[in-house]
Structure formats: structure tokens, C-alpha cells
Design a protein around this ligand. Structure first.
Ligand code: AGP
Length: 615
């Protein structure tokens, strides 16, 4: 995710854009930039770092008296965060300038065509390709900017919200949207453009939200015209009067960032497999794996190092890699691995998983593994983070910034990346049939809509949370793929509600934990249809016979567990290796609602930091 802001009107554009970018930093904050038209020329200033760094830099670099401008705060997907890759980006002529939130999947082929036609590129971004494609169309077809944008976008595959202007036509801004939000604030002879309404809510409450595959040409004194990108047909203007306040807008209307991020998971998972999961072609495209396929296939084993929730994602990966790709996997707490003098050789592949890419223990484990000759592959959410730079290769999750300390969308997008890798290796090794492989691809593509379906149980989960919010202890049980989900569910409850909770393999009950069971002990059991279902049902019966309170996470339509459990929460059916992507959703919501009912600081729980950069 990135934040984009634009202004055209009678006010000074600069202060509106800079303040607006600060309000959008929750969408991305690794680099920032601004383009201003000061009446005679186009000025651009951009820098690695936060909007404040940009503010300090602009003052010494460019004149800021401008009535037209666009600004951007970045969350890198292509190209590491640095001054060159920061937005805005110019076209080769220097006349056109663009800001972009999203991912152009076919940027590589478009770039090659443009280079063949003599275009040059300064940055590693897909955005610079897009602005030069627009320029190329504008010159070749001899059309206006709006038409050039429309023709160019019909050649683009991916997601975008963009704002573009031509310094030779400073009374106009062109915007477009596919897959990333874009709002227009309509004032008196002035227009505001932004990823959400927070940058302009104090200037105007009249807003228009572009729908997917729509673009708009905004001309000062002539107003705004919205068209369909595909066929240029005019779209009626629907102006809304906004009721939300600033804080509500930043959280997308949700009470907490954590809840917003839980609900972002369908899009986050889709963004993570976008351009990588090609179901029709039966291909999984991941450069970091493709370029190192021999290392993965010839490895004696895969060692996964991580902490916290990322370690739980690693545990899910162990089950997937061994089950589908038949590659031995060990999962290690990075903090233990780094000090226990592990046996690591050049025949090992180490996978390091980290949302922040800055966790000290994980970084130290990576360095130890590399010192012993292992090939290290990173799965991070922050482009250009320390771990991303330290590993030999990697694959980013495209979850967007995760602000809530309790990790949610990072977990499901990590599992998405690891599942793609496991399926890719299984296909290369021939350890699953082609039909099974394709079935997994098809089912993975359906996961975002199944996650969205699982999220619809929110009200029911809230009712269950209200019943158990005063529990002193909770037990989470799961088998197979859902044992790591039980651990993750327990961690979620612990870290935001401060209720003690433990996750266990369901079969371990009889080896001790069953002594804990009584009417005061809620037991959350993940009992999906495919995962050792009958065994888990017998575990539920053991709990019931000891008067334990049972919350069953079941496959929709399940009636057997319903007869035994005190409450059931349904998730859609899917393949067992993909079930953690669904069964974790009710556990995230359950812990969230209990914590809110207990009045806890959900986004910033006591004693916790979003990134543990110290030992
Ligand atoms: C999870 O909810 C916690 N915030 C914490 O366990 C986190 O997963 C852990 O600190 C690892 O962080 P990382 O993924 O950024 O390396």
C-alpha cells in the first residue's frame, strides 16, 4: 500500500499535500516525494525516509508556491526504498509526472518494449514504466493526456491508483483506479485527490470515490468527468457527504488498526499472490525461487528460523513442505537457534520469516546460517529491511504496513508465500500429481473470497467473546496443519487480552493438559472436516465428559461437532494444507473482541513492540 495526495485549485498546494501525506503514512512510510507546478516549471523533490524527511528536504530544494501538485508516501513493492525509486516519477521528456499506489504485473515486458523504442529508466520501479508508456502513447497517437492514460492503462495488468499531470497543461490532473482506493474531494473551484479522505476532510466533506476501472479528468474551472477505462463511456457523478472524522478515516472506519488489518486479509492475500499465481497457465512465478531452484531441490533439509507469529507461520510451512514437496523441514526459534551451536552446512537451505524484517534474533540467526555456508531465503513484509538485505534471496509478502502490534495479515500472507514456494517445489520434484497441483492452485486463488466469508461470522464471534471474556485461562487445540493455528490463536489472546492461553496438539491432551479441564476452562478446538476429524471429535468428547466449555472451529455445514460443542464457528471448506488461512480468522476475531470488551489497548498492548530489534 502507498499513500497518494494531489491538489489543483486556488490554494497553496504544498501544505495541503505535505499534511495529507503525513495522514496517509499508515499506508506506507519508506520513502516520500512531491511534484509541484509553480506556474512556470515542474519541480520534484523526493527522498528515502518519512514525510518529515521530505519536508526538511523540500524547504532547501524547490519553491513551494504552487497551485498544482501531487505527493506520495511509499510502501515499496518494486525497487528498494531510496531517493531514485521514491515517487513521483517523470517521463523521459520531463513533461509528465506520476504517483502510483499498486503493482503493475506486466511492467517487465512493457519496459523492454519501451527500451527498444529508445526510452531510458532511472529507477527500478514499475511506476516509471507506466509514466513512459503514457508518454509513448501520447506522442505516437498524438492525443491528450486523458486519452493517453486510458489507452496505456488498457495495456496494463495489475492494480493501481494513479495521479498524472502534464507541466504544459497545468489546469488538469488525470487520475485512475483499479484495485487501490482513490477519493476526490470537491471544493469551491478546487479538487483534492487522495487514497482516502483524511487529507481533505477539513477542506470539504463532498467526496467522490472512483470505482475499479474508472478514471477521471479533473480540470480547474471545468470540473470532473469520470469515464470507464475500458471503453471511455461517461460515468455519472455520485457525490457523497462524508460523516467520518479524521481518526475514523485513517482506520478505514474500523475502531482499531488490528480490526482493519484482520479485514484487509482478503486483499492482502490477493496482493501477495498477484503476478505469482497463474492458475490458467499452471505456473507459480517467483524469481527468488526460480533463480535458486537447484539449491532448494538439492538441499538436505530446510531450516526455518523466526519468532512469534512468524514462527507459527514457519510451523505451518513445515507441514506443507513435508506433506507436498517431501522436503525435510525443521522449524527453530531464532533466539534458540542463534545460541545453541546448531549443525548447519552448505547443504541446508534456511528460510527466515519476519514481518518487520528487523527482528534482532532472526537477523542473528541468518548471519550464523550464512557463516556456516547455508543459502538463506527471506520472507519479509518490508522491502529493503535489514533481513531482506541480509538474505541471499527472498519473496516479499504484500500485506501493506501492519500497524497493530498483534500480527494478523502478516501471518496469512506469510503462509501464502510459503504455500506458493512449497507447491512450486512439489511441482518441480513431481511429488504431487499435476492434477493435485492444479487443484491446489485453483483452491489457493479462491482463498481471499473464503476468508471474506469467514469474516462474516464476526457478530457471532463477538457473542461468543462476551461469554468467555472473563476466563482466566484458555486452551487451544488443533491437529496437523491446525496445530500451529492453535498456537497462534493462543498467542493472539495472550498478547492483547492478557489472558493466559496455551496451544497444544489435540492428542497431547491426555499427556497432561486434560488435568486442567473444568467448567472454568474454555477450550477452543480447531476441528475442520479434513484434518484428522474423527480423532479431534474424540478429543472433544474427552473434554466434554470433564465439563470443559468447548468452542469448535468447524467446516461450514458440520453437524457432528455442533452436537458436542457449546459453540461452533464455521469456516468455508478448503484443502487441508490451505485450512490455516481460514481457521486463523475466527481466532483473530475472538481475541480482538475479548480484548476490546476488557478495555485493553488492542493496537499497542502493554510491554510489546511491533518490532523486537533488541535481544
Ligand atoms: C505477533 O502478534 C507478535 N507481534 C510477535 O510475536 C511477532 O510475530 C514477532 O515479534 C516476530 O516479528 P517479525 O515477524 O517482525 O520478525
Amino acid at each position: 500500500m502507498c499513500g497518494i495526495v494531489g491538489y489543483i485549485g486556488h490554494r497553496e498546494a504544498y501544505p495541503i499535500i505535505i499534511e495529507g501525506l503525513k495522514r496517509l503514512e499508515y499506508r506506507g512510510y519508506d520513502s516520500a516525494g512531491i511534484a509541484l507546478f509553480d506556474g512556470t516549471d515542474l519541480k520534484v523533490s523526493k527522498t528515502k525516509g518519512k514525510v518529515l524527511d521530505l519536508e526538511n528536504r523540500v524547504a532547501s530544494e524547490i519553491s513551494t508556491n504552487a497551485k498544482l501538485g501531487i505527493g506520495h508516501t511509499r510502501w515499496a513493492t518494486h525497487g528498494v526504498p531510496n531517493d531514485i525509486n521514491a515517487h513521483p516519477h517523470y517521463s523521459n521528456s520531463g513533461n509528465l509526472v506520476i504517483i502510483h499506489n499498486g503493482i503493475i504485473e506486466n511492467y517487465d515486458s512493457l519496459k523492454k518494449e519501451l527500451i527498444a523504442r529508445g526510452y531510458t529508466f532511472k529507477s527500478d520501479t514499475d511506476t516509471e514504466v507506466l509514466i513512459n508508456l503514457i508518454e509513448d502513447v501520447k506522442l505516437k497517437e498524438n492525443v491528450k493526456l486523458g486519452k493517453a492514460v486510458q489507452i496505456a492503462l488498457n495495456q496494463v495488468i495489475g492494480a493501481y491508483s494513479i495521479a498524472v499531470f502534464d507541466k504544459n497543461k497545468p489546469d488538469e490532473i488525470v487520475i485512475a483506479r483499479l484495485g487501490s482506493p482513490l477519493a476526490v474531494g470537491i471544493g469551491e473551484d478546487e479538487f483534492f485527490i487522495a487514497s482516502d479522505a483524511s487529507p481533505f476532510i477539513e477542506y470539504t466533506k463532498n467526496a467522490v470515490y472512483l470505482e475499479d476501472e474508472e478514471m477521471a479528468i479533473i480540470r480547474i474551472n471545468k470540473g470532473i468527468k469520470i469515464r470507464k477505462i475500458k471503453d471511455d463511456t461517461l460515468v455519472d457523478l455520485y457525490v457523497q457527504e462524508l460523516q467520518m472524522n479524521l481518526e475514523q478515516i485513517e482506520k478505514g472506519g474500523y475502531e482499531h488498526f488490528m480490526l482493519k488489518e484482520i479485514h484487509e486479509q482478503p486483499n492482502a492475500i490477493r496482493d501477495t499472490y498477484r503476478g505469482r499465481l497463474l492458475v490458467k497457465e499452471g505456473i507459480i512465478r517467483m524469481a527468488g525461487v526460480d533463480d535458486n531452484m537447484e539449491k532448494f531441490l538439492n538441499a538436505n533439509r530446510i531450516v526455518i528460523v523466526a519468532c512469534g507469529t512468524s514462527w507459527h507461520a514457519g510451523l505451518v510451512a513445515e507441514y506443507i513442505f513435508e506433506d507436498l514437496a517431501r522436503i525435510p523441514v525443521e522449524v527453530e526459534y531464532a533466539s534458540e537457534f542463534r545460541y545453541r551451536n546448531p549443525v548447519i552446512t552448505s547443504n541446508d537451505v534456511v528460510i527466515a520469516i519476519s514481518q518487520s524484517g528487523e527482528t534482532a534474533d532472526t537477523l542473528a540467526a541468518i548471519k550464523l546460517a550464512k557463516a556456516n555456508g547455508a543459502f538463506v531465503f527471506g520472507v519479509c513484509n518490508v522491502v529493503g529491511s535489514s533481513i531482506a538485505r541480509e538474505t541471499n534471496a527472498g519473496a516479499y509478502t504484500h500485506a501493506g504496513p501492519e500497524i497493530g502490534v498483534a500480527s494478523t495479515k502478516a501471518f496469512t500472507t506469510q503462509i501464502t508465500v510459503l504455500t506458493l514456494i512449497a507447491l512450486k517445489l512439489a511441482k518441480a520434484k513431481g511429488s504431487i500429481s499435476n492434477s493435485d497441483y492444479r487443484y491446489h492452485l485453483q483452491e489457493l486463488e479462491l482463498i481471499p473470497e473464503k476468508v471474506a466469508k469467514a469474516l462474516q461470522s464476526d457478530e457471532h464471534i463477538k457473542e461468543v467473546a462476551d461469554i468467555y471474556k472473563d476466563a482466566r485461562n484458555c486452551l487451544y487445540l488443533g491437529r496437523g496443519y491446525n496445530f500451529p493455528v492453535a498456537l497462534e490463536g493462543a498467542l493472539k489472546l495472550k498478547e492483547i487480552s492478557y489472558i493466559h492461553a496455551e496451544g497444544y496438539p489435540a492428542a497431547e491432551m491426555k499427556h497432561g493438559p486434560i488435568a486442567l479441564i473444568d467448567e472454568q476452562m474454555p477450550v477452543i478446538v480447531v476441528a475442520t472436516k479434513k484434518g484428522h476429524y474423527e480423532k479431534v471429535v474424540s478429543n472433544i468428547q474427552e473434554i466434554k465428559s470433564r465439563k470443559g466449555k468447548i468452542i469448535g472451529i468447524v467446516t461450514e455445514g458440520d453437524v457432528h461437532v455442533q452436537e458436542l460443542a457449546d459453540h461452533i464457528i464455521e469456516v468455508p471448506e478448503t484443502l487441508e494444507p490451505l485450512s490455516p488461512l481460514l481457521t486463523t480468522i475466527p481466532l483473530q476475531l475472538l481475541s480482538y473482541h475479548i480484548a476490546v470488551m476488557l478495555g485493553k489497548n488492542v493496537d499497542q498492548p502493554r510491554n510489546l513492540a511491533k518490532s523486537v530489534t533488541v535481544e
